[in-house]
Design a protein around this ligand. Sequence first.
Ligand code: FES
Length: 99
Amino acid sequence: MNEYFFTLSASDSPEKKYPLNTAYSLLNNLTFNHITSKGKCGGKAVCGCCRIQITSGQDKCNPPLAEEKVYFTQIELDQGWRLACQTYCLRNIAFNLPD
Ligand code: FES
């Protein structure tokens, strides 16, 4: 079985690597690793509070869903902004977790 990782950058801590379970959304992976709790809407793309910016591996993720396009402009989507609750990645990925 392949092991994949996500690398997380946050403004208040150094970059760190965590195991990635590709069967689950990035929000669930953040929860599994005790980094953040479920979003306010429980991962239903309603609250917009689980924004992340992918810096590497965006091409290995599912494309942005219509629900995400409510929260981001096309430029932001092109810059890697996504809702973590709607994003699944099949390989290693790196992303920023804004404050
Ligand atoms: S958790 Fe609410 S939009 Fe992602």
